[in-house]
Design a protein around this ligand. Structure first.
Ligand code: FPP
Length: 236
């Protein structure tokens, strides 16, 4: 006997989802583990979330992995995050197999040379992938990015009258569309210097789940909430 499949109401998949991977430390503490165990679990979650987004047709995913302010954390924790990043980058071939393109935003010039090299390789290897474009924000700060853009513009000799919204956008690290939906787990309700310029018209979705516990179900909840929002972009 055949059952007629329920017609799903057409939902809009956000083109660009941005996530703030927060709550790794609390997740580890609850289990009596070192903070870096939380970051390692967070990296695993990120890979699963990227695969999920690729499967449902999200075009861009940008995740906040390390901020310009995170250097203030204890050296052991910073080193631990950098090693997790190394492992992630060494695994990049698996993304290529899944047609995921890898990219990075932020000032990478101060990262260890081997990490910069692994980033270049990951970008090169995945450059022809046509599925999800998956970006990690590393040594990224929204204000730092705007300062960097303004410096570029001033250095290129543009006169004040020619400075436009579009020119500033074109000088940011993100050479792709602004986020439609920004997700922050762990119960914190702030932007923390993430995509400050690009989030002007983004929708926000928050959950109390800690990032290592986050999964495709939460992405679905966020997309459902997004579909109930009315985006007016300043119009009526
Ligand atoms: C915020 O949680 C998380 C970070 C500052 C680091 C996030 C890093 C990773 C998930 C690892 C690198 C990722 C990849 C994909 C290579 P928190 O530590 O501030 O959590 P807390 O607020 O509970 O202490």
């Amino acid at each position: 006997m055949f059952f007629k499949k329920k017609t799903e109401v057409q939902r809009v998949i956000p083109t660009h989802i941005a996530v703030i991977m927060d709550g790794n430390g609390r997740w580890a503490k609850k289990r009596g583990l070192p903070r870096n165990a939380g970051h390692a679990a967070g990296s695993k979650t990120f890979k699963e979330v990227a695969r999920y987004c690729n499967k449902i047709g999200v075009k861009y995913l940008t995740a906040y992995a390390f901020s310009t302010e995170n250097w203030k954390r204890p050296k052991e924790e910073v080193d631990g995050i950098m090693n997790i990043l190394r492992d992630y980058l060494k695994d990049s071939k698996n993304y290529v197999k899944e047609n995921i393109k890898l990219g990075f935003i932020g000032d990478r010039s101060v990262l260890d040379e081997d990490i910069q090299e692994l980033m270049r390789i990951a970008e090169e290897d995945s450059k022809n992938a046509t599925g999800l474009k998956c970006y990690l924000a590393i040594n990224y700060g929204g204000r730092d990015e705007i300062v960097h853009a303004v410096k570029n513009i001033v250095n290129s000799g543009v006169s004040a009258d020619n400075v436009t919204d579009e020119l500033i956008s074109a000088n940011l690290y993100t050479d792709y569309p602004d986020p439609d939906l920004i997700i922050r787990p762990s119960g914190e309700l702030r932007l923390s210097n993430y995509l400050v310029w690009q989030s002007a018209y983004s929708e926000f979705w928050f959950t109390d789940a800690l990032w290592p516990d986050f999964n495709g179900k939460h992405i679905e909840q966020a997309i459902d909430a997004y579909n109930k929002r009315e985006r007016r972009f300043g119009g009526v």
